[in-house]
Design a protein around this ligand. Structure first.
Ligand code: NDP
Ligand code: PYC
Length: 343
């Protein structure tokens, strides 16, 4: 069988957007969700690329997310800006409040964006990269649904709780890392299940607490935090800061609300934006120049910087297009033709 011809980023965007419009998303919501999914596919982040379309459609069909939700910004003029997603996807809520967050961080040095009551399916790098491109350092985190056992435990309690960081660079793409605080994102295990391939050792335990490489047993059992007790503590911090602190669902409650892991979770998210100029003002040093010294030294040792692979993939996708499998293209055709009836 020959490999399908690549399609351009723009064509993929148009196809994905038309799927979401046909599922009842408002143009603003469809645009925001499409942007993030296509960016994932473009940057070869398959676990949060077009594979997520089906999951998003399912929550729409099940009434777990409001496709026509309008994000509502609550601004008290202080450092904490709130945006209520009103049971919509998190991405339109972030885009609605981004400009205000950037302005407030530049005005006060430090600003936080609290996203309330959102359906969260996406990678976090998209948001911190956008803030770093505005010259800000940024941190982003959210709970997920309980699927990870704390180190030393056996029952799912924590989420895969992603954590991302962005740092502006004057003459190149920002420095960005973004990862699940579990050994791997749940989406990675799902992709192994679909491909019929075993997962690497150390990712998960089965229902009885035994190590497993079987994706089905892993999904039925519990995933493990990265780095043992260290990852377990960071995942706990994410629960506390982006769940308890905000008065939003923690992963266990998000799981109960969804009634299982078959539907994407609803909860809140926390994004912090820091202005390097304000923080360093009295030091007489240039934080971005200091950052460059460190990042150049890291790369100088032959180590790769996080997101370097992603930026390279982005460049290739823009010049050569995106190659999808026959199965992925067939699924796009089906979703375009039938919308929610395809599920
Ligand atoms: P990965 O382990 O694939 O990658 C994590 C990060 O590490 C990336 O920034 C990556 O950069 C970098 N990296 C990977 N390998 C190297 C290396 N050898 N040297 C330097 N840097 C490296 O991520 P996960 O599977 O843990 O997570 C994938 C995505 O899933 C994330 O985007 C996360 O936000 C998302 N997620 C979302 C959840 C949600 O609830 N919404 C829940 C859990 C995860 P690069 O991209 O360049 O390879
Ligand atoms: O990949 O772990 C994951 C995930 C959970 C919710 C969205 N992505």
């Amino acid at each position: 069988m020959s490999t399908p011809a690549p399609i351009s980023v723009e064509e993929l965007h148009q196809r994905v957007q038309s799927i979401f419009l046909s599922c009842g998303l408002t143009p603003q919501n469809a645009e925001a969700v499409t942007d993030v999914i296509v960016a994932g596919e473009r940057d070869h982040c398959k676990s949060h690329g077009i594979y997520r379309i089906e999951g998003c459609m399912r929550v729409i069909k099940e009434g777990m997310v409001k496709p026509d939700a309008i994000p509502e910004i609550v601004d008290t003029g202080k450092a904490v800006i709130e945006v209520d997603a009103n049971a919509g996807f998190s991405n339109p809520a972030f885009f609605a409040a981004k400009e205000m967050l950037v302005a407030r961080a530049k005005e006060t040095g430090l600003a936080a964006l609290v996203i309330r009551d959102c359906l969260h399916f996406s990678a976090l790098w998209h948001d911190v990269e956008a803030l770093a491109e505005e010259g800000l350092a940024a941190l982003s985190m959210c709970p997920s649904y309980a699927s990870v056992a704390p180190t030393g435990g056996t029952e799912p309690l924590l989420g895969t709780n992603p954590f991302a960081f962005g740092w502006p660079r004057p003459d190149s793409h920002p420095y960005v890392f973004d990862f699940a605080t579990s050994v791997a994102a749940r989406g990675e295990i799902e992709l192994h299940r679909r491909a019929g391939t075993p997962i690497p050792e150390g990712w998960a335990i089965d229902r009885d607490g035994n190590p497993t490489t079987d994706p089905d047993a892993a999904l039925a059992g519990a995933m493990l935090p990265f780095g043992g007790h260290k990852g377990s503590a960071i995942a706990t911090m994410v629960e506390l800061l982006a769940g308890a602190l905000l008065g939003e669902f923690m992963s266990k409650e998000a799981l109960e609300f969804s009634g299982g892991t078959h539907l994407l979770p609803r909860h809140g998210a926390l994004i912090l934006a820091l202005d390097p100029t304000t923080f360093s003002a009295r030091s007489g040093r240039d934080p971005l120049a200091e950052g460059e010294r460190l990042l150049t030294a890291i790369a100088g040792q032959g180590a790769r910087l996080p997101s370097q692979r992603r930026f390279k993939a982005r460049k290739e996708s823009r010049s050569q297009g995106i190659t999808l499998s026959e199965a992925e293209l067939a699924q796009l055709d089906l979703f375009e033709a039938k919308g929610l009836a395809a599920l």
